[in-house]
Ligand binder design. Sequence first.
Ligand SMILES: Cc1cc2nc3c(=O)[nH]c(=O)nc-3n(C[C@H](O)[C@H](O)[C@H](O)COP(=O)(O)OP(=O)(O)OC[C@H]3O[C@@H](n4cnc5c(N)ncnc54)[C@H](O)[C@@H]3O)c2cc1C
Length: 324
Amino acid sequence: MGSILVLAEHRQGVLRDVSYEMMAVAPKLAEQMGTDVVALLIGSGMDELAKKMAAFGIKVLVVDDPLFKDFNADKYQKVLSALIDDLKPAVVMTGHTAQGVDFMPALAIEKKLPLVADAISLEYAGGTLKATRQLYSGKANAVMAFKPAATYLLTFREGAVEAPDASASGSVEKLDSPLKEDLSYRKFIEYVEAEVGDVDITQSDILVAVGRGLKEDKNLPLVEELAKAIKADIAGSRAATDAGWIPHDRQVGTSGKAVKPKLYIAMGISGAFQHIAGMKGAKTVVAINKDPEAPIFSVADYAIVDDMFKIVPKLTEKLKELKG
Ligand SMILES: Cc1cc2nc3c(=O)[nH]c(=O)nc-3n(C[C@H](O)[C@H](O)[C@H](O)COP(=O)(O)OP(=O)(O)OC[C@H]3O[C@@H](n4cnc5c(N)ncnc54)[C@H](O)[C@@H]3O)c2cc1C
């Protein structure tokens, strides 16, 4: 059986968290399948990143060429297509990220291979590879069984598992680039860093985050008062930023910011995976939601199942008292 080929994703010279996280699932799957894990890096000047991936005790294949200085989905597809022919991997796994979803479906069509996107766990038993995905914003899980194929394609969700420590030693092998000349039909133009507003929530120690449960912006002072009492910054879900209640640069989640405060108080937020991926780094999570089944409770250290309009004023009062 071929290896499990894991594409290590990087941006601006830094490996993305999902590259490390896949090192928690790929080795377990390799054990079940009776094969090994091989990481693949595509880029230009990849030596340092290759060493970091090799520290997971695996072989790292590197396609290092100025042609890959900037991400281009079509170029990645060409490289992976050629490597599937050459290496015949049992599985090709990438992050379920803007990059991964840009070329994996096209690769699946090109190679006529089965793809499960956005997997959160994997299992191989009795000759069948199964991938679990979430449905309805995390309210239900679906287990997808792959039809037998020479190579299975997978995109794995960011933030679904914790990255393991890297303390072993592996090897690095450079490959000739299967792509010999630039592609003219899709060009990288420029990398635009997201603007940081008046408050950079990625640096906040305490965040009070609001969601659709706030209902309307006239209710915002309730939250502002709590934030003021504990010197917190205000953040929110995409529902809250889309509604215009808080600025877009305060959005937490996959299409917002990843935050790592000491305390994260989520109120009226359901806990869609896109949101949880952005706040999983918080040390302590307090969630207030009137729905006991809300997925946010699965990551909460303290769960308050109640109406935020009842709880927040009481919490503010109590915290003021304690501080006083
Ligand atoms: C490609 C893509 C990217 C996305 N990126 C992000 C992202 O970066 N960040 C993000 O947050 N979302 C993102 N989303 C959207 C995400 O899927 C959810 O739709 C969104 O997070 C829901 O926001 P919410 O929890 O505030 O609202 P809802 O899901 O509507 O939840 C509102 C919650 O408030 C509770 N509630 C209502 N009234 C009260 C009350 N009085 N007291 C207490 N609780 C109450 C309800 O029980 C409910 O659980 C993305 C979606 C897609 C498709």
